[in-house]
Design a protein. Structure first.
Length: 325
């Protein structure tokens, strides 16, 4: 199926990319959205729902395309895979339900590999053949977590020039820029950067349900990038997520330490968005009878990005995420 708009200045297309045939011979397809201006220019990709329980990106992509249809692109093209993991989406599962694989650990994919590798291959080749200027991969994080632009860890990145461009794009989103410390070699963004294509993960609030405030942050971040590339007019009011002046425009390091060293019930003492000083208490862990077992303290000055979806702690379990200054 393909649907085109009647606008002269740009072409809007909705179509599908086949990914596999089910045992009942039914076709599984990825929805593909495209807006192509009559004027050549940058190419931007938006991708959503690589994890089936992270649904906010779908709504963000829908709203961006509505805006672009009303106010056409000045130049360039915008493409999107709103649901990269349709099977996981339908079963409310992070993984591909058919094979229990994590699609975002399967890139750049393999045409003759596992289910996840084959889907990843289709996605990756479709994106790379358009020679993108930037790819924004839309994710959701823990409950009540801050929205932020997540940059891959540098270790293992072979294309340093593309990596530096990615860090610049992270700041242009208007969201807090956070540098990962763990290498995820087969994620979509890591694989794209090593292919010479700048790519960012946008973590936009909690999973499972669409939270409108997080959708708005995502829309504003995407529009910031499109405006930076001069694909759309500058916004009436520039967007920047409110952050303390001392750390605005800085790239912070991601941390999920300290982790719990015991089992118990977590009671948080701070909330996402709080500016936290070194050694400030973050959470306390109690046993069933209310005895205090442990107090977790900040390892450095930081921002609390988010905390666990649950109040149960086990030894070594991450229960918080921090942006270390």
């Amino acid at each position: 199926m393909e649907k085109e708009s009647k606008k002269i200045s740009q072409r809007v297309r909705f179509s599908f990319v086949k990914i596999l045939t089910g045992s009942d011979l039914s076709l599984r397809r990825l929805p593909l959205m495209a807006v192509e201006s009559k004027n050549s220019g940058p190419v931007v990709w938006l991708t959503g729902c690589v994890h089936g329980d992270e649904v906010g990106g779908i709504a963000i992509i829908q709203e961006i395309f509505k805006k672009i249809r009303k106010r056409p692109l000045l130049k360039g093209s915008l493409y999107a895979f709103p649901i990269m993991n349709p099977v996981g989406f339908e079963t409310v599962s992070r993984h591909i339900a058919l094979s229990k694989e994590d699609l975002n650990r399967s890139f750049p994919g393999n045409e003759r590999g596992s289910v996840a590798e084959r889907i990843a291959y289709k996605i990756f080749t479709t994106i790379t053949q358009t020679n993108p200027t930037i790819v924004l991969d839309l994710h959701n994080d823990w409950r009540e977590s801050l929205p932020y632009a997540f940059i891959d860890a540098e270790k293992g990145i072979t294309d340093k020039e593309t990596y530096e461009k990615t860090k610049i794009f992270a700041k242009k989103t208007g969201l807090p820029a956070i540098l990962d410390v763990d290498v995820i070699e087969h994620s979509l963004t890591f694989s794209l950067i090593n292919k010479g294509i700048p790519a960012l993960t946008l973590e936009l609030g909690e999973s499972y349900v669409v939270i409108e405030s997080n959708v708005e942050y995502g829309i504003k971040a995407v529009l910031n990038i499109l405006s930076h590339l001069e694909m759309t007019p500058p916004p009436d009011k520039s967007f920047g997520y409110p952050m303390p002046e001392t750390i605005k425009n800085k790239i912070l390091k991601y941390s999920y330490r300290p982790a719990s060293s015991t089992s118990g019930i977590i009671r948080f003492l701070v909330k996402p968005g709080d500016f936290i000083k070194k050694n400030q208490p973050l959470a306390k862990i109690y046993n069933t009878f209310g005895k205090l077992l442990e107090t977790l303290k900040a390892p450095s000055d930081c921002i609390l990005l988010g905390y666990s979806d649950f109040s149960i702690a086990f030894p070594g379990t991450p229960i918080i995420s921090l942006g270390i200054i």
